[in-house]
Ligand binder design. Structure first.
Ligand code: C5P
Length: 290
């Protein structure tokens, strides 16, 4: 058994997110193109004498409600399906803002599942794992997959997307928490057209210009700071500026890493209270056993 396993929990960015309907249970049907980034949280797991959970990193202080943490719910999910599994020390390094539309909690839970399955030698088909994980949240299946994809349904129908090159990106968050259910409730229209067909990487920016995040308008209505972030991203030269998920994190796309970094430095200097980082999209989440 490896002594310690470290899994990256990348940020999830919805490049486009259309709300296409609503199920009888109130959950919304989505059609969304999702990418994952270099920046993210980290989950480490190690065999131990007794269970423990430690949160560190810049946003650790915002996660005080341990009992409800998705990391522990992911651990307990494996125990409930696989019986008596040995004690484990889990450390979460929280680098991403909390409850901010970039999948933090879901990506942490997915990384925990990946790490513990390796530590405990659990084998589950990708489909069985995704179906079980959906109980922890609608974003879990996409975060388990952690590669460029289109997700439909409430997030359980995953279609891999090939051929999108690395995108140079800035993430910016104004530091306001926006509760996901309230954003969905505030939608003016729940029956919107699905995403148009994605015709390959060449036409990506034209395709993006023809798509939306349907949650952006209701989110701005509840948290006007999101509008300020989008204006700042556009003014800094982003080819596209849009909100991710239910917000409040927004992304800007740039033509080069240097452009993204220069714009991020300028915005960070101007808005010191915001979370701002330059990053790029990744092909798949990193896993490093040590
Ligand atoms: O699945 P998750 O716990 O992330 O969802 C949080 C809340 O967001 C849900 O309880 C629901 O109110 C809303 N939601 C939704 N449709 C989705 C995903 C989430 O209405 N597809």
């Amino acid at each position: 058994m490896p002594a310690k396993i470290v899994e990256h929990a990348p940020a999830k960015v919805n490049l486009a997110l259309h709300v296409t309907g609503r199920r009888d249970d109130g959950y919304h049907l989505l059609d969304t193109l999702v990418v994952f980034t270099e920046v993210g949280d980290t989950v480490s797991v190690a065999a131990a004498e007794q269970d423990s959970f430690t949160i560190q990193g810049p946003f650790a202080g915002l996660l005080d409600d341990e009992a409800d943490n998705l990391v522990l719910r992911a651990r307990d999910l494996l125990r409930s399906t696989h019986g008596d599994l040995p004690p484990v020390a889990i450390t979460l390094e929280k680098n991403l803002p909390v409850a901010s539309g970039i999948g933090g909690g879901s990506s942490d839970a997915a990384a925990t599942l990946r790490a513990l399955m390796r530590l405990w030698g659990i084998e589950l088909s990708a489909d069985a794992l995704a179906a079980a994980a959906l109980r922890l949240g609608a974003d879990l299946p996409m975060c388990l997959y952690a590669r460029t994809l289109v997700a439909r349904g409430i997030g359980e129908e995953i279609e891999p997307v090939e051929g999108i090159p690395p995108l140079h990106m800035m993430l910016a968050n104004p530091g306001v928490a926006v509760p996901t259910p309230a954003i969905f409730r505030a939608l003016a229209s729940r029956e919107n057209p699905p995403l148009p067909r994605l015709a390959g990487a060449k036409a990506l920016f034209d395709w993006l210009a023809a798509t939306r995040n349907d949650l952006q308008a209701p989110a701005i209505a509840l948290a006007p700071e999101i509008g300020d972030v989008l204006s700042a991203l556009s003014a800094s030269g982003a080819a596209l500026a849009r909100m991710s998920g239910s917000g409040a994190t927004c992304f800007g796309l740039f033509n080069s890493p240097a452009d993204a970094e220069a714009a991020a430095s300028a915005i960070a200097a101007r808005y010191p209270a915001w979370y701002v980082t330059a990053t790029r999209t990744i092909e798949r989440a990193r896993a490093d056993a040590t």
